[in-house]
Design a protein around this ligand. Structure first.
Ligand SMILES: Nc1ncnc2c1ncn2[C@@H]1O[C@H](COP(=O)(O)OP(=O)(O)OP(=O)(O)O)[C@@H](O)[C@H]1O
Ligand SMILES: [Mg+2]
Length: 259
């Protein structure tokens, strides 16, 4: 049986009509051919949060690629990610006749969330969870579109890095994982894209500050999944339509992260 596929979309795609149109066209065509493959979409949406924060004159603080989320700002983050970003993607799916359903990470406990540290506010890490709900959705031919909002066991809403969320979901469902971003993979110290990378080299580039910001979490999320599932994870761009189809079929575009 073909493995499920988790596609993580970096939030910046929401700014790009043409890229969204390409992505959902490719996805709809792919699903018409491979209608027995379970596809799940996980998304970020950092810029929508930033826009909303700016409008409300609130300051944006990030630490190691994680957004510090004071308790009184989590409502805004939830509104932006589970609301605006999630429903915009649902709208694109509907326009392309994809039978999608909008969820967050804690619907049916599909992943488990834990607050990291009170000093970071309502920010969490996630761990593999329960695939029962996803199995029901797959059997009924729904495509879940999942925002990176989690809820811990005490009922706290948590802001989760979407790459970590996608990794936990791939582990929950034993899925192939592709992380689509606004860059076509990992760049080396000369700005060239790296085609294949393993843990040792990735950690070296992180300690030399060649890999920075959100890419640090992305690479580590990819390494974790590649290690546990013992198959590579792709980091690529959502920008190149001709490459997306190849990617969904398991070909390498961008950077392939190996165990
Ligand atoms: N060595 C590197 N190679 C490529 N990109 C890098 C590197 N170091 C840092 N980056 C940055 O990482 C960014 C991608 O991570 P970022 O978290 O910003 O986006 P995302 O994960 O795709 O979206 P979101 O966070 O909304 O889910 C790139 O736009 C780039 O600026
Ligand atoms: Mg990111």
């Amino acid at each position: 049986m073909i493995k499920p596929l988790v596609i993580k979309l970096g939030g910046n795609i929401l700014k790009k009509e043409a890229a969204l149109n390409n992505l959902f066209t490719t996805l709809a065509n792919y699903l018409n051919i491979y209608n027995n493959r379970f596809i799940m979409i996980v998304h970020g949406g950092g810029y929508i949060v930033d826009d909303l924060m700016k409008k409300l004159s609130l300051s944006i603080i990030k630490k190691n690629g994680l957004r510090i989320t004071p308790h009184d700002q989590i409502d805004i983050v939830v509104g932006a990610l589970a609301g605006i970003a999630n429903k915009k993607l649902l709208a694109w799916a509907k326009k392309h006749k994809i039978n999608a359903i909008g969820l967050c990470l804690s619907d049916g406990n599909i992943v488990n969330s834990l607050q990291i540290d009170k000093k970071l506010g309502n920010v969490g890490h996630v761990f593999p969870g329960n695939s029962s709900l996803l199995n029901i959705l797959f059997d009924s031919q729904y495509i879940p579109i999942i925002s990176s909002i989690g809820i811990d066991d005490n009922g706290n809403l948590l802001n989760i890095n979407a790459d970590e969320a996608a990794a936990a979901l791939a582990l929950t469902t034993d899925a192939n994982l592709v992380l689509l971003s606004d860059v076509n993979g990992i760049k080396d110290n000369k700005g060239n894209f790296i085609k294949e990378i393993k843990k040792h080299e990735a950690e070296r580039l992180i300690s030399n500050n060649v890999i920075q910001h959100g890419m640090v979490i992305k690479v580590r999320a990819a390494l974790k999944v590649a290690f546990i599932l013992n198959r590579p994870v792709n980091i690529a761009s959502w920008e190149y339509i001709d490459q997306l189809n190849a990617l969904f079929n398991g070909y390498s575009i961008g950077t392939r992260v190996h165990n």
